[in-house]
Design a binder for this molecule. Structure first.
Ligand code: NAP
Length: 423
């Protein structure tokens, strides 16, 4: 590692002046830390990824050489500190080489085999579609270059993230490879660029790393389907009870209830069942362990998957509860509510109805209060599921919140039932 303290913070004007025409001011600012004594990193390919990576490496104080099939064509796209040369020149100079070339073109790199022997090759490629069976791009690259040390890394980071620099949300870089030394030099480079390297093991894990950016909400499918099915079931039930039955039995047309009122009574039912689905698998798991008399046996697959989806089920429950709150707020704004209110006022004025019903008033007050508290507690569940919040509490605090909230919610449900019966 060069002596960072001996490097001047501002380079002399002679070096800076030449770049103004090509690189532009902001690019020069980032690149101005490069020094001939900095470690040398090579990149094969001159595409989007290569350009962003070169800028980030320069900003972190590396010397960068880029290999292209047509160096002269792309030299203007890079900051002046980056040397764009032939692929062979790059691999003969650098010990660590990024392969920023699509995997279908990896075979065109075959002539570089001898020059790449004993060097570290970083494969940044992604697959086009999710693949369950190998081999991965990185393993194929390792087969092509058996004398090089292939490390899979950086494929989960976009060219955009590299350009803007690591932010809180996208700081992790998953890497794997068979050579410990190669992996540790790539990990060191990651840290110097401001990322957090996460070693996921040998190169045989490369397929998982390549699949990472291609997953589409893998944990959400079952919870979302469950939410939709529950919603459809309760909606059909409420529709039959509140809309269809009055029409069939008494010829009363209340189909206007379908978009808001029926949805509103459906949402809390779905929310409560979803919430119970969050806690039920934990109880099933405990019961199963008691039956088996040991905790050292794997749960059946369905229970395992259910346990892993609890967070998503909880968030779906929260969504239904939050929507219920919004729908409830909207209820008095409807035309039908105004008409109903007017009819009640006329009825009261004609003396046909009691003007003030103590029971009704209490019922509504308690109903709203309990609903607001339930939503508050559910919001707490949603907030504690955020990684940043969950990391800030220890296990005892987390289980205290979870257990406390569960008991509270059960008590609230009981209260609602009792109040409904009482009035
Ligand atoms: P790109 O813009 O299309 O660049 C690919 C580069 O490959 C070309 O500029 C070309 O450079 C070089 N190349 C070498 N041999 C080639 C051949 N036979 N045919 C065509 N091109 C050849 O692609 P990219 O977006 O930079 O992506 C490069 C790699 O990074 C891919 O494997 C991709 O999966 C991975 N990646 C990209 C991103 C991203 O955000 N873009 C993120 C993660 C991973 P020369 O013409 O100068 O040789």
């Amino acid at each position: 590692m060069p002596d960072d303290m001996s490097r001047p913070l501002i380079r002399d004007d002679g070096g800076a002046a030449g770049g103004e025409g090509r690189g532009g001011g902001s690019r020069r600012l980032e690149a101005s830390l490069s020094d001939p004594t900095d470690p040398l990193v090579g990149i094969l390919g001159t595409g989007d990824f290569s350009r962003s990576l070169a800028q980030r490496l320069l900003a972190a104080g590396y010397q960068v050489v880029v290999g292209s099939r047509t160096p002269k064509r792309f030299v203007a796209l890079f900051p002046e500190e980056v040397e764009v040369m032939s692929q062979m020149e790059v691999v003969s100079q650098a010990d660590l080489v990024f392969v920023a070339v699509y995997p279908e073109h990896h075979s065109t790199l075959a002539p570089l085999k001898a020059a790449l022997a004993r060097k570290t090759l970083v494969d940044v490629s992604n697959g086009l579609r999710l693949s369950r069976d190998g081999p991965s791009n990185a393993e194929l690259l390792a087969d092509m270059f058996p004398e090089s040390c292939v490390v899979k890394a950086f494929n989960t980071v976009s060219a955009w993230t590299l350009q803007t620099g690591p932010r809180d949300g996208s700081r992790q870089i998953f890497l794997c490879g068979d050579s410990l030394q190669a992996k540790s030099s790539v990990a060191q480079l990651c840290r110097r660029l401001g990322f957090v390297p996460v070693d996921v093991g040998l190169l045989s894990s490369a397929l998982d790393v390549e699949n990472l950016p291609l997953h589409l909400f893998p944990c959400w499918r079952a919870p979302l389907l469950c939410t939709l099915l529950l919603f459809a079931f309760f909606y059909a039930y409420n529709f039959a009870r509140d809309v269809l039955q009055p029409y069939v039995k008494h010829g009363k047309n209340v189909f206007h209830k379908m978009p808001i009122e029926t949805v509103n009574v459906t949402l809390p039912s779905a929310a409560l069942v979803l919430l119970s689905l969050v806690y039920l698998p934990g109880l099933c798991a405990a019961a199963l362990q008691l039956c088996r008399g040991t905790k050292y046996r794997r749960f059946p697959g369905w229970l395992d998957r259910w346990l892993q989806r609890r967070k998503q089920l909880g968030l779906c429950s929260f969504l239904c509860a939050a929507l219920h709150a919004v729908y409830s707020l909207v209820l008095p704004m409807r035309k039908s509510a105004h008409n109903k209110l007017l009819a009640m006022a006329l009825k009261q004025a004609s003396g046909a109805a009691e003007s003030y019903s103590e029971g009704e008033v209490w019922r509504m007050e308690l109903y709203l209060s309990v609903g607001i508290m339930a939503l508050g507690l559910l919001s707490l569940l949603a907030v504690t599921s955020l990684p940043s919040v969950a990391n800030a509490v220890n296990w005892r605090e987390f289980s205290f919140i979870q257990e406390g909230r569960r008991i509270w919610l059960l008590q609230l449900q009981e209260q609602i039932k009792r109040k409904k019966k009482a009035f």
